[in-house]
Design a protein around this ligand. Sequence first.
Ligand SMILES: [Zn+2]
Length: 303
Amino acid sequence: MKRKKKVISFFSLLLIAIGAIYMKDIEEIFKENSPVQNREVEQTINLDNQSTVKVYFLDVGQADSILLENQGKYMLIDAGNNEDGPLLVNYFKSLNIETFDFVIGTHAHEDHIGGMDDIIENFAITTFYMPDAITTTKTFEDVLDALDDRSVAFQTPEIDGTFSFGDCKFQVLYVGDDASDLNDTSIVLRMLYGNHSFLFMGDATSKVEEKIIKKDLSSEVLKVGHHGSQYSTTSQFLEQVKPQYVIISVGKNNSYDHPKEATLNRIKNSGAKIYRTDEMGTIVATMDQTTLTFDMIQTNTNG
Ligand SMILES: [Zn+2]
């Protein structure tokens, strides 16, 4: 009996040892495999992300709304008129957007922040920027109320400040605070990504163009100020920006007769190619570090 016990305990020990080795193997296989798999997934994501930035100049009629996408992150510059708000929300939800890393109201006019309360109410927002120029319109108060309800801070970026959005760098070229001329409070942004540069002018007029003319404005793509009005996009300004492509966000048959013929001629003389949302609908710029392509898509965002 004694001998049998010894044999049994010997086999028990052997089994435990084999079990331990086997478990260790499984553990190691598991340890080795999961990080490898993760690394592969991460690499795939990084390659994709570094290769694609999308800028949607959304068709919101006589208004502005620009969506940017990089590394699965989203940024919104302006939110169209009041009636565009629900349509923008639907469109962004169809893209499975839940959070905006940045939402920027370039200035407090209705055609830029009209739909902003809907955006604030329907999406998480990490950083919200607007100029520190207060007005008493219901549209602006709706934005403040929505920010308050959702505990999102109203922040104003500093001139010459920078921030990162995915692989894109943003420079704040201008922001005004004189509420007597809201257009010229517009937050003006220059985006740098790979070989590309974009200049987003909000509704800034030639007064702001003069203020920033000594800065490096060179940009492959220029979203002109104020829907192509005669008060923006001077020849001197175009000489500094040297755009290859000009985007005009403008409504069909709008009552302001934007874009003005004189402005269009100045842009044509600069040699830039003009893309207009009234003629093309939503315009999407898609780029990797070197290449840039433009597409037209239907978004049903014009209320
Ligand atoms: Zn405007």
